[in-house]
Write a protein that binds this ligand. Sequence first.
Ligand code: SF4
Length: 88
Amino acid sequence: MGEQWRVTVHKTCRRSGICAAQAPRYFSVDDDHRTRPPAGPVAPDPELIDVAEACPAEAITLTDLVTGRPVTAPAESAAGRGTREVRP
Ligand code: SF4
């Protein structure tokens, strides 16, 4: 089994619906206007990192189910094109 993530929407969600609009295959809005994440683990997808970073309430967390650690954007993407400055 490959790497999998758990997607969580916390109570701090403002129900803006941005995530559901941005990534409808992962997020949905129920009849009570509550935002629902995927019901089960999902394959890693950079789109989820983008959505989590765009959430105005910082209510979305991604957890790597292998390590149990939060998933964050790789440093390489922030530095651009996989280059990273290395200092002695
Ligand atoms: S983008 Fe954030 S605040 Fe808006 S509905 Fe999704 S989880 Fe809630």
